[in-house]
Design a protein around this ligand. Sequence first.
Ligand SMILES: [Zn+2]
Length: 100
Amino acid sequence: MSDERQVAQELFGSVKPIVPTGDHRVNLSKLSEALKEPDVVIPVFCTGCGYTTGLTQIGLDDVLSSNGLTESDSLKDHYFEVTGCPLCQGEYINPDLKKR
Ligand SMILES: [Zn+2]
């Protein structure tokens, strides 16, 4: 089980997975809210289910390494847009770094 999935499970318990309906639009104020959570280094928005979460450094390293990406200096003012997240797909899918 990935760290992300474990964290999601701890946070949300045994609730049923959210069904990804797709085509959600990012809400910039929710990205800012996600950044206020402890240890969050970058927000993540899921276009699949519309949920905004945040990655810790460990989560970020995991997403970067499992997608062949490297950490850039420009993470500040950026967020990841994914088409699936631990809540709806069990993991982050197609992370795309976007500017806020
Ligand atoms: Zn999702």
